[in-house]
Design a protein around this ligand. Structure first.
Ligand code: B12
Ligand code: SF4
Ligand code: SF4
Length: 357
């Protein structure tokens, strides 16, 4: 077992890595170098505008995010992978969004947390390479460290960064996760993907909070995904009515994207909805006890926000629902909740309900 040292062997290894990746359940594997200088400028501008809000981790690591070898010394190539996660069709998403009493949870979070699942698969891919060539330098990432995943995937040919800033693939839309193996193997690189948004601006128009402030630029502070998942404190009052019934994340800019007509449903059973999380009603999930929340979100990314933020988000959605005695009674049951954050959002929601005719 030797590390290949001529271009023919490296080309053959790259081809094998792609086959192994697909055998492990990745829909696509691409290889790129580590030059992210263009993306670095965009990242710096994004941070300078404070679009990251309270996500301090986005600026904490200096240039490690845009210079892979600073994060993992010796890295000269990145093997970028994508895995489809969509468990159901767009029509079902629209109907959940259009029913103000239903609890809309972003489709990426209905099943098992992707971080662990994908990292395990990446580790298997590294093991497979090791079995073929012996020791080599690598490290696996899935949204777990300062890595510019979309920019790397774009360069590796997996798709282009759309105006909503997610990566889109011409044949598969954008409902997939990204992960990567940083490595010191001097593998041949793939061609970057080309851009295909054209004159379309559907995602900018549909965004409920106008968070896509210009093409390719998302002000996270306005994004429902940030407001319901990343933000720990109080949700700005002026944005609450715009959140509608989205209680965890948001998919609107992807549902409307014409390229998602080509999206395929996931093959991963682990990404299928658990505990009917795709069809829950607001009143039911608001009534969950802390223990029920833990039980029903076990193994899911949703658990990371905790019960307090869960109730905060549902309170906002109940405030946005049509006036209803049942909702008012349900909100009243949480008025004395020990968390001030919950109390404040419940009071706001009650004011909304009582102010409606
Ligand atoms: C921070 C973060 C967020 C933040 C900020 C989003 C953002 N756009 O940055 C919030 C919480 C809002 C968020 C939300 C979501 N996220 Co997120 N998020 C990340 C994370 C951790 C970092 C992203 C990042 O580097 N942002 C920095 C900014 C500068 O990058 P950017 O906006 O993409 O900008 C790029 C381009 O748009 C361009 N650009 C920027 N400005 C300009 C200006 C001009 C003029 C031009 C031409 C170009 C340009 O260059 C930049 C660098 O390449 C990644 C994981 C990772 N480690 O990469 C996951 C990740 C991007 N998220 C992901 C997902 C699934 C989501 C959601 C769909 C979840 C949901 N349903 O709620 C939403 C989508 C919201 C949206 N429209 O982006 C996936 C995306 C998969 C894909 N197909 O693209 C990732 C890759 C996680 C993963 N491992 O799969 N996320
Ligand atoms: S995820 Fe929702 S709020 Fe965020 S940019 Fe997309 S449509 Fe706007
Ligand atoms: S909705 Fe249109 S503009 Fe937005 S990402 Fe999709 S193709 Fe691009």
């Amino acid at each position: 077992m030797v590390i290949p040292d001529n271009s023919e062997q490296l080309t053959s290894l790259a081809a094998q890595i792609k086959v192994w990746g697909q055998e492990l359940g990745f829909q696509q594997v691409g290889i790129t170098d580590t030059d992210l200088s263009k993306a670095e400028t965009h990242l710096d501008n994004w941070l300078a505008k404070s679009f990251h809000g309270t996500m301090d981790y986005m600026q904490r690591h200096g240039h490690k995010r845009s210079r892979p070898a600073l994060l993992h010394p010796g890295t000269s190539r990145v093997i970028s992978v994508r895995m489809d996660y969509l468990p159901e069709s767009g029509d079902r998403m629209w109907s959940a969004l259009e029913n103000p009493l239903s609890a809309y949870i972003s489709r990426y979070a209905l099943g098992r947390d992707y971080h662990k699942l994908m990292r395990n698969r990446l580790q298997k891919l590294a093991d497979r390479i090791h079995a073929e060539i012996g020791d080599f330098g690598y490290r696996a990432f899935v949204d777990s460290a300062p890595v510019l995943e979309k920019a790397l995937a774009e360069k590796a040919g997996l798709g282009w960064i759309g105006k909503h800033s997610n990566l889109i693939n011409r044949k598969a839309g954008s409902w997939f996760f990204l992960g990567e193996l940083y490595t010191d193997l001097p593998l041949p690189v793939d061609k970057p993907a080309t851009e295909h948004c054209g004159d379309c601006h559907a995602c900018l128009d549909i965004c409920p909070t106008q968070a896509i402030v210009a093409p390719y630029q998302v002000d996270a502070r306005r994004c429902v995904s940030y407001l319901t998942i990343e933000l720990h404190g109080s949700i700005p009052e002026e944005l609450r009515p715009l959140i509608g019934n989205r209680i965890y994340g948001c998919d609107d800019c992807q549902i409307i994207c014409p390229w998602n007509r080509f999206a395929k449903l996931t093959n991963e059973k682990d990404f299928n909805p658990r505990h009917r999380l795709n069809t829950q009603e607001l009143l039911d999930v608001f009534a969950w006890s802390g223990q029920e929340f833990l039980d029903k979100t076990e193994g899911s990314a949703i658990r990371r926000i905790g019960y307090e933020r869960w109730l905060r988000n549902i309170a906002v959605a109940l405030g946005n629902a049509p006036k209803s005695k049942v909702i008012i009674e349900s909100l009243k049951t949480k008025l004395l909740h020990p968390s001030e954050l919950v109390q404040e959002h419940v009071k706001w929601a009650l004011d909304q309900q009582l102010g409606k005719t």
